[in-house]
Design a protein around this ligand. Sequence first.
Ligand code: SF4
Ligand code: FES
Length: 396
Amino acid sequence: MTDVLGNPPPPSDSLAVLEKQRSTAETFGIPLAVLLEITHRCPLQCPYCSNPVELDRSTKELTTDEWKKVLGELAEIGVLQVHFSGGEPTARKDLVELVRHASDVGLYTNLITSAVLLTRAKLGELADAGLCHVQISFQGIEEGLTDRVAGYKGGHRKKLEVAKWTRELDLPLTVNAVMHRQNLHQLPEIIQMAVDLDADRLEVANVQYYGWALKNRAALMPTVAQLDECTRLVEEARERLKGTLAIDYVVPDYYALRPKKCMGGWGRQFFNISPAGKVLPCHAAESITGLEFESVRSNHSIAWIWQNSEAFNRYRGTGWMKEPCKSCEFREIDFGGCRCQAYALTGDAANTDPACALSPLHETIFKQAEAEAEGETNRFLYRNFAGGTLESENGA
Ligand code: SF4
Ligand code: FES
């Protein structure tokens, strides 16, 4: 029996002991798509960046040959799709070579980009090298706000240009819009922009609060009223634009009653590889101290790391859970929510994610979110290699 995503059911508690005695490979097949964070370098400084606060310097990045070896290995073990991401993946001079290699070994390739470093010629080279899909992030609908959120001047116009070139090259386009208190009022225009750009898909992704976003939570958290309006607008647009634009919607789970099934459950459907070659159960996993993550530079294969490494097995399935998750009817539906959020907010990644209404901390974080959303803090702490720079009072 499989779930709606085609995954076999996870082991119940009573099977956990038996499960430990055999290879997890039988239960947890290799994910079909893998996120490759090929660099943490980026000209933008978004205050909600999903990269860790401790960024990998360029000197630690995998070399071209190392990434090529990774791509070959991924194709060999059954991965079908790779997302080239960052930081900003186009900051790597070898991106065309990597895309060509991925294509040569049979992988479907997606470029997740801020677009500001791309030229028409470079995008053409990437398309010729076999790039299959482009996803461009937008910070809003006009230059004043987008420049301020990204901490970068002139980016919005460039993004619109690159989106146009993407469609001229006949590549499918996804518009990614990260939403928060300071740009949610622009959602109707963002939806229209995605239609005008002839995008296939729009991701309306409310900020998730780990890493940089957690540091900026007070400046980003939407009000309950804003979120309700956002949900209404997305539902209305989904109906109106059926067949024209697909819309994915991610809500900020502080305001939810049940947590999200983060990453489809730890070590069940997803892994990513960091610029320095660490194989991680999620992009924020390194924020959990005390876990050792294996590298593609080690003697282990990627398949071995996925199946057998301690970090992937620590929070797999349900055997690691404490109450209230341990005896909860939803434990094999949401897998206790997000391990990184549980760690960030409670200091123990094995605790119930406080986004869950059954967590003893839920009420506290809900009230905190409401208070921050109504508060006066609007200045951003910009993401950079120096550990962050606070926006000046006049917003420059
Ligand atoms: Fe999910 Fe745990 Fe909350 Fe139950 S108690 S709904 S398993 S997070
Ligand atoms: Fe790491 Fe949710 S972001 S488990």
